[in-house]
Write a protein that binds this ligand. Sequence first.
Ligand code: KG4
Ligand code: ZN
Length: 362
Amino acid sequence: MCYAAVSSIIISELLIFMNILAIESSCDETSAAVVKNGTEVLSNVIASQAMMHNATGGVVPEVAAREHVNNIIPVIDKALAEANITLAKIDAIAVTYGPGLGVALVIGTSVANTLALIMQKPLIPVKHIYGHVYAPWLDSKKSAQFPILSLSVSGGHNELFLIKDHMEFQVLGETADDAAGEAFDKVARMIGLGYPGGPVVEAAAKKGDPHAFNFPKASFSDGRLDFSFSGLKTAILYHLQKNTSRLTDKRFLADTAASFQRAVIEALSSRVFTALDTYPDIKEVHVTGGVSANSALREHIEQGLKNWNKINGKNISFRTPAKLSYCTDNAAMIGAAAYFEFQKNPTRYETFEFVAPRASFD
Ligand code: KG4
Ligand code: ZN
């Protein structure tokens, strides 16, 4: 349904300078943020359900939905208060509309539709993955140099994008089965470390030897830059079944975590360096998404890029989100992506259209 509620005069006034209220509810974080001009974070409030899902070792959709309902209005109120702004002074509303848990997305999109319609504000739907891609813009004073090679690694998705300009994405690789974050979560569960798996596996890996075990790394013979982690997950399961007598041995578990993490990091970084060899114009490399909170992954790619630059006489720069809270799900990144989308296609928002949640995209 369309409403000619927002006039083009308002739209043209909003070019360049705008405060966006962004809402994110695609999985187990309820988040709202106020972002100025796509980069300046005035507030970024995140209500995480991680503790709640820890008991079940993963996200239970029904529980997640109930928590979003409880949290969404207080989180938006807090985001506006921390940004010292009223809803009336907000220029546009942005919301994640997918992919994600349907029952979770429906809460964020319903609230965003209602606020935008009542307040007569442009409503910008944002794909969750594009939010992650735009996280390195947050708090950044330096403008980005295109083309950018962007590795986005989360619990639900892995993508390698060539970004030619704002909102112009070419997919170079994506996950053929499980995403890297999901592998971290499953391995954490297998070795009894809880949820979410990434931070606890990273902490265990720091005490272990990454070369203790050699786990398989999938590659594609047709030269695709896709990712696959289901074989690695199965290899860890067999490794644990073969070593049942050592499951209480902390050193063995730390070595397993470190060797698993090395396999993931090498699989991810090999795609990055193959892409750099293939696309000579790349000016920046970005690593984003929940798994980009992993310091070993960041260091491995940053160091590898320094060496690659030296060998190839180049000066490609490296960026990750400025804060760990911008790596995992948050609304500020949605506000950043929404700003650049709006600047690119302002007339698209002249008429109000309800945003429908979408669990997945083709
Ligand atoms: O981007 P995100 O918050 O949600 C999705 O869009 O999926 O990513 C969550 C994923 C989880 O699988 C979590 O285990 C992983 O990011 N993660 C990490 C770390 N922190 C979070 N993985 C590895 N190391 C970390 N430090
Ligand atoms: Zn995410």
